[in-house]
Write a protein that binds this ligand. Structure first.
Ligand SMILES: [Zn+2]
Length: 457
């Protein structure tokens, strides 16, 4: 056996620029204990992982490596979107409905188109380009009921080498015939997808019952069985998004003490479970999330767009029993892929509740907070040695007005707040995935590049 053949030399890359990261949650710790800002940082990357994050010193740059220098920019960990529907890319900005009618009028027709695998492949291509353009490097993603919608999604994720969490919808009632599965079919199709994709490179499988209204009790139980039978799976579904939905679920499951209890009864409330929205939940449901390690996805643009309600972010993060909370775009009810735009709306939702969401807490929510919600905070969400080199580079001069406004910021906190108030996709100059620059806004005509394809795709 060729045991002594030399291993290939490590792939080394260096990035230089102003950069921020978190080592803890500023909701619970003073900034000096959890926030790192290097006004001129050196980020050393070795084989896709961060080797060093420290103040720039030319003596620390390895021989033969020229740092990629981002001037007039702010570098942070890639954004984490904890709730998004890739099949709904084509229905963003559809008029006039609230949740239950929205599903009937817009969502089901959009998802029906995924019966055609070519449509799923097209939508996956569009989706990945939009999230990378927005600086998002990991997302928890709902596919459709069709297994090939998951294959199309993960295949595109594999091309970009992104760390993604996704799964096939389970939906065996209260949906059109051609969008329903059965308990058995949903279980078998999920099992086959788990075998194909879970732990394959950076892909993670997520058991995905749409929500209590579209799944029988038997189907929720079968989702629980899948989670028990495989290690490390994720679970995502919707929880207490609108008052009508909460009342309906109470009628569907009269024996359960709360909406969350419907899921708990099936064994779905656990670590790596992410519940979308959780707007109309009780203190007891917050306590259950805290005790079990289950997370909530805060989706402010969606909640405002559908008129669903105002998420109680500061209650959820109460240090006496903090719930894991991530930020979600919830496209297509959400109106933007951009974490910056979404944070701007999160600020307004908090303001309507009498709270002030400062920039440190907000950026934590969109990066390390999302990673914690997914229990991936040992791999992503930080710029720190050993972490995946998933990064987002924000341009302070992305628009003339942003250049004008950011030039007048007197502190890093001011600057970050202006970015989340005025920023959007245009603000993202580059997105790095596992140490490769997969999106560079200045690389024209095609700013996207799969790793290992120097001439583009
Ligand atoms: Zn959703």
């Amino acid at each position: 056996m060729p045991t002594d053949s030399p291993s290939p030399p490590p792939r080394l890359t260096a990035i230089r620029g102003s950069a921020i990261s978190f080592s803890g949650n500023p909701f619970h710790l003073p900034a000096r204990a959890c926030f790192i800002h290097h006004a001129d940082a050196l980020i050393l990357i070795e084989d896709g992982r961060i080797r060093a994050f420290e103040p720039y010193d030319p003596a620390r740059v390895p021989a033969g490596v020229t740092p990629v220098h981002y001037e007039n920019a702010l570098i942070c960990a890639g954004f984490v979107d904890t709730h998004v529907h890739y099949p709904q890319v084509q229905m963003v900005g559809s008029f006039g409905e609230q949740l239950l009618a929205w599903l009937e009028r817009y969502t089901f027709p959009a998802e029906r188109a995924f019966a055609d695998p070519a449509h799923a492949e097209m939508a996956a291509r569009v989706f990945f380009r939009e999230i990378l353009r927005a600086g998002t490097t990991t997302a928890a993603v709902y596919c459709t009921v069709h297994p090939h919608s998951v294959d199309a999604f993960f295949a595109e994720s594999e091309r970009f080498n992104t760390r993604m969490v996704a799964g096939k919808l389970l939906m065996d009632r209260n949906a059109p015939d051609d969008l329903r599965d059965t308990v058995e079919r949903g279980y078998e199709e999920s099992r086959a997808l788990i075998r194909r994709w879970h732990g394959n490179g950076r892909q993670h499988y997520c058991v995905t019952p749409r929500y209590a209204g579209s799944c029988t009790e038997a189907q929720l139980d079968s989702a629980g069985a899948l989670l028990r039978e495989h290690d490390g799976l994720f679970l995502q579904t919707h929880l207490s998004e609108s008052p009508d939905e909460v009342a309906w679920v109470r009628d569907l499951f009269p024996a359960r003490s709360s909406y969350l209890d419907v899921y708990a009864h099936a064994g779905l409330v656990r670590p790596r479970a992410v519940f979308g929205h959780g707007i109309h939940v009780s203190e007891e449901e917050f306590c259950t999330c805290h005790a079990t390690g289950a997370a909530l996805a805060h989706c402010p643009t969606s909640n405002l767009f559908l008129g669903s309600g105002l998420f109680r972010l500061f209650d959820a993060l109460d240090p006496r029993r903090p719930v894991r909370v991530g930020l979600g775009s919830d496209v297509g009810a959400g109106t933007s892929f951009s974490a910056l735009r979404t944070l701007g709306e999160a600020y307004k939702v908090a303001a309507l509740r009498g709270d002030a969401l400062d920039a440190l807490r907000a950026f934590h929510l969109a990066t390390l907070g999302g990673a914690q919600a997914l229990h991936l905070d040992d791999r992503i969400g930080r710029i720190a040695p050993g972490y995946d080199a998933d990064l987002c580079v924000l341009a302070l001069d992305a628009t003339p007005f942003l250049a004008f406004r950011t030039a007048r910021c007197e502190s890093i906190e001011d600057l970050m707040f202006v970015l989340m108030t005025l920023g959007d996709e245009r603000t993202v100059r580059a997105t790095w995935v596992a140490g490769e620059c997969v999106y560079d806004a200045s690389r024209l005509p095609d700013p996207f590049r799969y790793p290992g394809s120097p001439e583009g795709e």
